[in-house]
Design a protein. Structure first.
Lengths: 346, 268
């Protein structure tokens, strides 16, 4: 099922939630709506579901304008951020709900409903929880039940609002891969909302970056990462260091505040910063001092400051910190793998 | 210090709650079971019990339906008149029941706005059980909706949205999702309203006309017995109201506990 969103606008009082947003999603695609809070991503998702009415613009699903189609008739699966499981029903009844409320003529016989619900619970690997109530489940389990419930009605379109927002980071990483595999297995067109850059980059076929109700960029995760459309996208995706420099003989020379008129701004991601214990054998480098360091086992984030007092950030493998014995206060030589030069002011 | 405060609180409790309760019981049973039973079995008393229960039932049913409907409207729709509506719901709490009674007399009485018209259609309201029912409905109007509005506000509408997205119709959502979600809140409001309905005196006193065997509720009956110097009978009948009070005290914690449990929990 393909979606074409055309010039969608929505205002809540004086707050502009969406401003002329256009976007299209291909059949079977997995698209992330990424942005800081208040960027309009959830409003956009709720509008696709029909839970919110646009002030202007159209949503066309499979070539048909959805304006006149009621929420209950849209055949959309929706997973809420806080799951919205029916608290007075068991897990089984929750998943069966969509099948049981169908008009008698379309409703499956009880035995078939039971079979279908159990197979969905097996799909999310929680069939052993069928008789529990939602408040007896962990966050990750509720999340998967909510997903099973939305899949019960065989939606042609699956919408997920911050699907992992309320979970702790370990379970989040685990569920990300699981959900992506499930998507590939079912092939249902999916759109999910997130403010977590890693989550969007890891899971989505395409990422739409939103800010202030506008889509700043849409594209493949690599494209958004390496060719950001503007400074907002650049800074939002993965963070960035700003350096001022001059265009020299051997490319950009990042150095102490340049007075020349040919001054340029270089954007360097923390991951592109290489840290060396000594400057020996390095052609172009910058001397800096480590000010602060934080480990998470895999990588180390460090705050550094250049000789001329310009602060910047680096992310290096944690193993390097151990093997080279890097310490706070230590002077180091720094090189840059990759930088983006240009004027990104908007 | 601790003992001093406890003594003050204990004395207060004993003086204002324990002593009257003991007095009611001792006066009621002071002349033995026989006198007690006679007072209760008196046809006037039996009629008063029946009338009180009937009126309470009508008031509670009406206000439960109204309470659920108004709480739903206030929390599930974007009504413009919300503050006005809330203020109107609170009105019975803020005006004296006697004034409420007088108000009904002015509207439905023999020389009131609607009274003559209703009377000509054979439907007298004032000085009949209808009037009592009306007055009781009025004074118990806020209980159910006051309980439900904050409850439904904290519960939010996500479960309803989820149900709608799964294909449920408006009524299916209401019956299968909304009602089960709020049932303990409804029960709590019903309990409060029923307690008030049974014990209501002021408003009912104005509209009833005190016709023994016709429009005398339990509270009015007790007053009459007392004014006629039938102290033992008055206290005997009082034990019935005390009994209802104690019964609701016993049920309250259970319902209140469930109710609090639900209104606290976010959507699972």
């Amino acid at each position: 099922m393909s979606i074409v969103i055309d010039g969608l606008s929505k205002q809540f009082g004086s707050f502009v939630a969406l401003n002329q947003v256009s976007l299209s999603v291909q059949t079977g695609e997995f698209v992330a709506l990424l942005g800081p809070s208040g960027s309009g991503k959830t409003t956009l998702l709720r509008m696709i579901a029909g839970l919110e009415q646009p002030d202007a613009g159209r949503i066309i699903v499979n070539g048909q304008d959805t304006q006149a189609v009621g929420v209950a008739q849209r055949g959309v699966g929706f997973v809420f951020q806080h799951y919205a499981l029916f608290r007075h029903m068991t897990v089984f009844e929750n998943v069966a709900f969509g099948l049981r409320v169908k008009p008698k003529s379309e409703r499956l016989p009880a035995a078939a409903i039971k079979e279908k619900v159990m197979s969905l619970l097996q799909l999310v690997q929680l069939d052993w929880l069928a008789d529990r109530f939602p408040d007896q489940l962990s966050g990750g389990q509720r999340q998967r039940i909510a997903l099973a419930r939305s899949l019960a009605v065989e939606p042609k379109l699956l919408l997920l609002d911050e699907p992992f927002g309320a979970l702790d980071s370990t379970i989040r990483k685990e569920l990300r891969q699981w959900l992506r595999r499930l998507h590939d297995q079912l092939g249902v067109t999916s759109v999910f909302v997130t403010h977590d850059v890693d989550e969007a980059m890891e899971m989505a076929d395409r990422v739409a970056v939103l800010r202030h109700g506008i889509i700043e960029q849409i594209g493949h995760p690599d494209e958004v990462y390496h060719h950001p459309a503007n400074s907002f996208v650049l800074q939002f995706i993965g963070g960035v260091n700003l350096f001022h420099g001059r265009i020299g003989e051997h490319g950009i020379q990042v150095s102490s505040p340049a007075s020349s008129s040919e001054q340029v701004t270089a954007y360097i991601r923390p991951q592109s910063v290489r840290v060396h214990v000594s400057a020996n054998g390095l052609a172009d480098h910058v001397m800096a001092t480590i000010k602060r360091m934080r480990h998470d086992g895999i990588s180390a984030r460090m705050d550094l400051v250049t000789e001329w007092g310009h602060p910047f950030e680096a992310i290096i493998p944690a193993s390097q910190v151990v093997s080279e014995g890097l310490k706070v206060g230590q002077p180091v030589a720094v090189t840059f793998d990759h930088m983006v030069v240009g004027d990104y002011s908007i | 210090m601790k003992w001093g405060i406890m003594a003050i609180a204990g004395l207060f409790l004993g003086l204002f709650l324990g002593l009257p309760l003991a007095l009611i019981l001792s006066e009621a049973f002071g002349k033995g079971w026989w006198v007690y039973a006679q007072a209760i079995e008196h046809p006037d008393t039996l009629h008063a019990i029946g009338l009180t229960l009937k009126v309470a039932l009508i008031a509670v049913v009406c206000n439960t339906v109204f309470g659920i409907a108004s709480a739903w409207l206030l929390t599930h729709t974007s009504l413009r008149a919300k503050p006005l509506w809330m203020a109107l719901i609170d009105l019975p709490f803020s005006i004296s029941p006697v004034v409420a009674g007088l108000m009904f007399v002015l509207v439905f009485g023999r020389s009131g706005w609607l009274g003559p018209w209703l009377l000509s259609h054979g439907l007298p309201v004032i000085f009949t059980p209808w009037g009592i029912g009306l007055a009781t409905c009025f004074v118990t109007l806020p209980f159910v909706s006051r309980e439900l509005i904050p409850l439904m506000q904290t519960q939010g509408t996500q479960e309803e949205e989820a149900a709608t997205l799964l294909g449920a119709s408006g009524w299916q959502v209401f019956c299968k999702i909304t009602l089960p979600k709020i049932k303990w809140g409804v029960l709590y409001g019903v309990l409060l309203a029923a307690g008030r309905a049974v014990g209501e005196f002021g408003a009912v006193s104005v509209v009833s006309g005190h016709i023994v065997g016709k429009t005398n509720t339990l509270s009015l009956h007790i007053e009459r017995l007392y004014n006629e110097y039938q102290f033992h009978a008055a206290f005997s009948v009082s034990t019935l109201l005390v009994g209802i009070g104690i019964l609701s005290l016993l049920v309250h914690p259970i319902v209140a506990n469930q109710h609090r449990h639900l209104s606290k929990g976010k959507t699972p």
